[in-house]
Design a protein around this ligand. Structure first.
Ligand code: NAD
Length: 361
């Protein structure tokens, strides 16, 4: 059986790591029909849009996309293609595994967490009021009238918005993910002691949903305590579920715990579509140099294989990647003890090594 997948190379170093990843996925022996779509700097220049409608239409047809990073031009009024993609396809769950592999430069061992971040609301919903605008004045008036608190007129405001619907679906997603992947515990992260209504709602819903999954342990942690716990004993945690802002911060913290961006995969998943991509950006300064690490995108490919139900191929690809990392020979500069190590290999050589190593798994 073949899988039809939308393939978006992105820009900067995106095309190199995407090509390397496409090669290793094909080497699993599975058949892929790639629906290749362009997005990013090239389409912006040619057609004035960073995310052509054809990309969205393709993902709506295939249901699954593998995506390289896309540069967000600064100061040109162009909205991030990544944010647009998540919004247009309602990819409400951002899933980021954080796992230590032997051979990675990390202070820790035995970390194996899945960070599930709510992707659509919270402080990131984009509802903001600029200082000195009539809208901001109106909001300040409303706040004064409804709460009795008069805020400094010389201030800006961002709204933290948490709903029952989004909280319920993200917590359910975390529990379903835990169940489907043989995981034992879900930890909900919040600051409900201070933000009693917004985070309080998230926490209340999390407790409600947890009752539907008696086979999975449930606990909650206040976000500041969670940060300390993750630095001190990350091996105690399994699946974390968080509102948008805490999820953003904790998922980067977790990428740091396991040894950096070069190996951190991600997925954005909704009820109908899923987009798999590395956590890192397009690293444009290295574009065209066959230099950056393709493993974060390859590990994203592992997530995609599991999503497609191809567990055996996922196991083999992950096995080959972890073996190459442990050996430390066919790895890019970022995985060497010193970044100027002359024995580091390039992007495409990593793909060659992974393809060869997969034969052992
Ligand atoms: P970046 O992740 O591209 O690069 C930061 C640094 O991390 C790089 O200089 C490099 O040293 C290192 N790095 C990143 N990926 C690496 C890899 N695969 N191998 C080895 N080292 C790697 O972050 P940035 O510089 O902040 O962003 C560059 C552009 O990417 C921006 O336009 C940003 O908006 C965009 N971006 C896109 C996505 C996405 O497409 N999902 C995500 C993040 C950033």
């Amino acid at each position: 059986m073949s899988h039809t997948v939308t393939l978006i190379s992105g820009d900067g170093t995106g095309p190199e790591i995407t090509e390397a990843t496409r090669r290793v996925l094909e080497a699993t022996g599975l058949e892929f029909i790639w629906d290749v779509q362009l997005a990013g700097a090239e389409t912006l220049e040619k057609s004035g849009t960073i995310l052509p409608d054809a990309v969205i239409e393709s993902i709506k047809r295939t249901g699954v996309a593998l995506k390289g990073p896309i540069t967000t031009p600064i100061g040109k009024g162009v909205r991030s293609a990544n944010v647009s993609l998540r919004k247009k396809l309602d990819l409400y769950a951002n899933v980021r595994p954080a796992k230590t592999y032997q051979g990675l430069r990390s202070r820790y061992e035995h970390i194996d967490m899945i960070i599930v971040r709510e992707n659509t609301e919270d402080l990131y919903a984009g509802i903001e009021f600029q200082r000195g605008t009539p809208e901001q004045e109106e909001i300040l008036e409303t706040i004064a009238r409804t709460t009795g608190t008069r805020l400094d007129p010389d201030s800006a405001i961002s709204i933290k918005y948490i709903s029952v619907m989004a909280s319920r679906r993200i917590v359910r997603f975390a529990f379903d993910y835990a169940r489907a992947n043989g995981r034992r515990k879900v930890t909900a992260v919040h600051k409900a002691n201070i933000m009693r209504y917004s985070d309080g709602l998230f926490l209340m819903i999390a407790h409600e949903v947890a009752k539907e999954y008696p086979d999975i342990q449930f606990e909650d942690r206040i976000v500041d305590n969670m940060c300390m716990q993750l630095v001190q004993k990350p091996e105690l945690y399994d699946v974390l579920v968080l509102p948008n802002l805490y999820g953003d911060i904790i998922s980067d913290l977790s990428a740091g715990l396991i040894g950096g961006l070069g190996v951190a995969p991600g997925a954005n998943i909704g009820s109908q579509y899923a987009v798999f991509e590395p956590v890192h950006g397009s690293a444009p300064k290295y574009a065209g140099q066959n230099k950056v690490n393709p493993m974060a995108m390859m590990f994203s490919g592992v997530l995609m294989l599991r999503h497609l139900g191809e567990r055996e191929a996922a196991r083999r690809l992950e096995g080959a990647l972890s073996s190459i990392i442990a050996e430390g020979k066919f790895v890019t500069y970022d995985l060497k003890p010193r970044s100027d190590d002359s024995t580091s290999v390039g992007t495409s050589q990593v793909a060659d090594a992974v393809i060869e190593r997969m034969q052992r798994f």
